[in-house]
Every structure is written in C-alpha cells, then in structure tokens.
Design a protein around this ligand. Structure first.
Ligand SMILES: [Zn+2]
Length: 132
C-alpha cells in the first residue's frame, strides 16, 4: 500500500499542468503575492525556449514558460511564474522588480535550483560515470 501511494505521489509531482491549470495557478499566485494586480491574458507552455525559463509580452499580457520546467519542483515553477507576472507590473530587473519578488519566500532557493540546472548542463560527463 505504501509503495502504491509513493508511486501515486511520484506521478502527481511529475504530472504536467495543462494551460488552464497554468492560468489558474498564475491567478492564485498573483492574488497571494501581488494583491491580484498582475492579470495575464494568457499563460502557456512553449517548446522553443531553451535559453530562457520564461518570458512575457506586457503589452499583450502573455506569459510563456519553457517546457523544460515541467517535472521541476513546484516552488521552482511558481517562482518563474511569479517572475513573469512581476514583469507585467515592472519591466526590467531593477530594485522595484526584486522588491516585488521578495514577497515570495522561496525566490532565492528557486534561483539557486535553476542556476544548478544550468551549471550541471555545462559539466562534461565524467569518465567512468554510469548511466546518463
Ligand atoms: Zn525577468
């Protein structure tokens, strides 16, 4: 029974959110951290974004997230969503921008995680290392 529940839990965490769920999540995050002021017109996954985790077009209110975030911990996905939501309110990465993101308690942790992913991709495979 425990094993089965563990399997279910693993599936749950790897389940990819649909676009509607993504929009819902963005709305919840905006309400929780930005008093609902960030209101994206669309939030969707894209597969053509390999150097950026997310992007947005403030004039259209559209947010795009890299499919590479799928399968990453939820707090990382939430950070990238919040980051793009914040850009709907403040362009660029000045002090006003980061002050907005300070409301989210896991900003630093999520940034560290993403930096770790990038660093790991640049590491050469060690000779003798097993697997991938
Ligand atoms: Zn940014």
């Amino acid at each position: 029974m425990t094993v089965m529940l563990d399997k279910l839990a693993a599936q749950e965490s790897k389940r990819v959110l649909g676009d509607a769920e993504l929009a819902e999540r963005a709305e919840r995050l905006s309400a929780q951290y930005f008093d609902g002021r960030a209101r994206p017109a669309s939030v969707r996954w894209v597969t053509n974004q390999n150097t950026r985790w997310g992007s947005c077009t403030p004039s259209e209110g559209s947010i795009r997230l890299s499919h590479r975030l799928q399968g990453m911990p939820e707090y990382v996905l939430d950070y990238v969503l919040l980051h793009e939501l914040a850009h709907l309110l403040v362009p660029g990465h000045g002090p006003r921008f980061w002050r907005l993101l300070e409301a989210y308690p896991r900003t630093e942790r999520a940034r560290g995680y993403l930096e770790g992913v990038v660093a790991a991709e640049r590491l050469p495979h060690l000779p003798g290392a097993r697997g991938e």
